[in-house]
Design a binder for this molecule. Structure first.
Ligand code: 3MF
Ligand code: MG
Length: 351
């Protein structure tokens, strides 16, 4: 049943509409108001950056940071919500301008690792065993500025430090090929998974596939998911959409390419994704044009799309599909899939 899935999003998915060329256009919602949206829309998981859990954490002592995290845990328990993951936000600090783990400045590298270790403690306070690493600035603007081999080694070392510090934490690498950097060191799931095997505890290093990030790398998101599923390392997803190779759009799931969305839902459903507690995560942004009162519509639409597509996946005539494959009639199969997705009457007759 579709009901077996649990869904999550991040508080940053309800946002003020700013973009690189314009300021916010909507008044903020408080974190508390956002938590109500989770309940209202039927989400169970809250994706959190370290400073979503503990705002301004750099200003406080560790004891205070962990106290705030424990208070959040109580609030989430009250609402029957779960922290899906903690992600150290390593890309906004003035101390990570040149990157975190791969900065050329050893002091900045140390800050990035210390902050990640603190994020692992925050995760523990929230009874959460997942840490997402979106390695935003671990890359270059110009190829000559960093040592690429040393950089990969530094990322492995950073993972090892986190794994060593918190024996329960699992690291989910969220690759993205570009933005904010020109070239990222871990652009695809293949890179993330290869790196996981070089860490001190490969069983605790896996991946998160984001639709838009795969598309920005010119890859098929469902195949990226399948690759991680084969390695038993698909521990989360960020479903959204992306209209070609341009800025990272985080459109509503399925809004640019319905068929690709169908194939993502299919690969998750057919491979029992979610059975071990994995969340179906969204990472979607409302358009800048959206008015404040409709700030969560894109979340609603994306969730509904997942449910519509689950129905489509399960209603697919597998026998007919097999016949097309056996006859090597992929044109016939193509026509059937399109008709099926469109809900054309007599879809099965599309031979
Ligand atoms: C950027 C992203 C990020 C990550 C988030 C979790 C802000 O393209 O996708 O969203 O998902 O930081 O680590
Ligand atoms: Mg994401």
């Amino acid at each position: 049943m579709a009901g077996k899935f649990r869904f999550s999003f991040g508080p940053w998915n309800i946002h003020e509409g700013s973009d690189p060329f314009g300021p916010p256009v909507r008044e903020s919602f408080s974190f508390e108001e956002k938590l109500k949206v989770y309940k209202k829309l039927g989400f169970q998981g809250v994706q959190l950056h370290d400073d979503d859990a503990v705002p301004n954490l750099d200003r406080y002592r560790v004891k205070m940071v962990l106290q705030v995290a424990r208070e959040l845990k109580k609030r989430l328990d009250d609402l029957e919500l779960e922290a899906e993951f903690i992600a150290p936000r390593l890309w906004e600090s003035p101390r990570t301008i040149d990157g975190g783990y791969t900065s050329n400045d050893p002091k900045e590298r140390r800050y990035a690792i210390d902050r990640s270790i603190l994020a692992a403690d925050i995760a523990a306070a929230l009874d959460c065993d997942r840490m997402v690493l979106w390695l935003a600035r671990e890359g270059t603007y110009i190829r000559e500025s960093k040592d690429p081999v040393a950089s990969v080694e530094r990322i492995v070392e950073a993972c090892n430090r986190i794994l060593q510090h918190n024996k329960k934490i699992r690291i989910l690498i969220e690759p993205k090929p570009n933005e904010p950097m020109d070239l990222a060191y871990l652009p695809t799931i293949g890179h993330a998974i290869a790196l996981s095997y070089r860490t001190a505890d490969p069983g605790r290093v896996g991946a998160l596939v984001e639709t838009a990030h795969a598309l920005l790398a010119g890859l098929d998101p469902s195949d990226e998911m399948a690759y991680a599923l084969y390695h038993q390392k698909l521990w989360s997803v960020h479903l959204n959409d992306q209209n070609g190779l341009k800025y990272d759009q985080d459109k509503s799931f399925g809004s640019a390419n319905l068929r690709m969305a169908f194939n993502q839902v299919r690969v998750l459903d057919e491979n029992n994704y979610g059975r071990k507690g994995e969340f179906v995560g969204l990472d979607v942004k409302a358009m800048r044009t959206q008015k404040r009162e409709g700030s969560a519509k894109h979340l609603e639409t994306s969730l509904a799309m997942f449910h519509f597509l689950i129905e489509k996946v399960r209603a697919l005539d597998r026998k007919l599909e097999r016949q097309f494959i056996e006859a090597r009639d992929y044109e016939g199969l193509d026509a059937y899939i399109l008709r099926h997705l469109l809900g054309v009457k007599g879809a099965k007759k599309g031979r």
